[in-house]
Design a protein around this ligand. Sequence first.
Ligand code: PS7
Ligand code: MN
Ligand code: MN
Ligand code: MN
Ligand code: MN
Ligand code: MN
Length: 357
Amino acid sequence: VHRRDPSTESETLAECFRFLNLTSRSFSAVIQELNHELLVPITLFYLVLRGLDTIEDDMHIPLDKKIPLLRNFHNTMDIDGWQFHESKEKDRELLEKFDVVITELKKIKKPYYDIIKDMTIKMGNGMADYAENSEMIKNGVQTIDEYELYCHYVAGLVGEGLTRLFVSSELGNPKLAERPSLTESMGQFLQKTNIIRDLHEDWQDGRRWYPKEIWSKHVDKWDDLFDPKHREQAINCISEMVLDALKHTEECLFYMAGMREQSVFNFVAIPQGMAIATLELLFRNPDVLERNVKITKGDACQIMVESTQNLFTICEVFRRYIRRIHAKNDPRDPNYLNISVRCAKIEQFIETLYPRQ
Ligand code: PS7
Ligand code: MN
Ligand code: MN
Ligand code: MN
Ligand code: MN
Ligand code: MN
């Protein structure tokens, strides 16, 4: 069943894999272990969305240029030879040589290509809506509903596209396509974890994804979160964000129960395992307010091993980190009770899946 075969790879495809390794910390390894049928389509799906996200993230591109780039990216991905040389982002080399991605996209099966294109239309327009709103109308995301709609555009849609690819290739249970809320939860859980973790980095870049509905309960002004005088309140704000992310865990475990093929299981489970471990690390951690915190290499390796087995072992990963969050919960936190109940419910849910002797 193995996977990449460099001897038959075209030069442009080899270049695509080089970009995958260059631009992705978390996904490059799991993507390259994917079943042969989906290896190239998902690599290209990743690179198209990474290209789109590089434009979204680039604060040096003026809005009147950025918006049409985002909205038209699904057409751009058809234009032979298209390259973009005006980005200052870390991943700009991908855009500077994007023609190799376009060349390879034309070679994949039509159903896979159509799914990628459809998701690119929806994500590009969603990102553009938010870029327009946050710069011109108001300051950042207001409500939890708006926050979740953004997470839908940048991650829920990725999940939808991936699920359609799994089902279309017959590597995923067709029933998954009938349960869109499970897929949505998979994306929401990853994206919320990313947003909670990137708090300081995004603040420095002048972006704000924490919804006002949550942070305003803890501080009066957004910038106060980063003022050491308000450390306690800021930590409680992060707690509430973690609590909100934890509402997706049961549906994520349910989704993973629907996997039918080992390489696809690993591909979906590893990022989820990393996410729950990251949430535990962020929970009540003042470092989040100063820098980008990351789980250790050792923890990452252990999660990698445990997540690449079966539903039981990924449940054990979740159980372990939920217990640690539960144990770290602080009675002085205004959400102490809510967090405690949420953790107990998740522990109970896992317990009913796999009763302990
Ligand atoms: C196609 C594998 C498995 C049902 C580039 C995987 C940014 C967290 O913002 O790079 O740079 O800090 O750390 C991935 C659901 C998406 C959601 C989304 C495409 C899971 C562009 C991943 C990845 C659905 C928008 C990477 C959501 O974080 O972000 C493929 C099932 C890209 C998944 C962005 C974020 C992903 C993300 P940043 P990171
Ligand atoms: Mn982005
Ligand atoms: Mn990004
Ligand atoms: Mn250039
Ligand atoms: Mn981020
Ligand atoms: Mn980041």
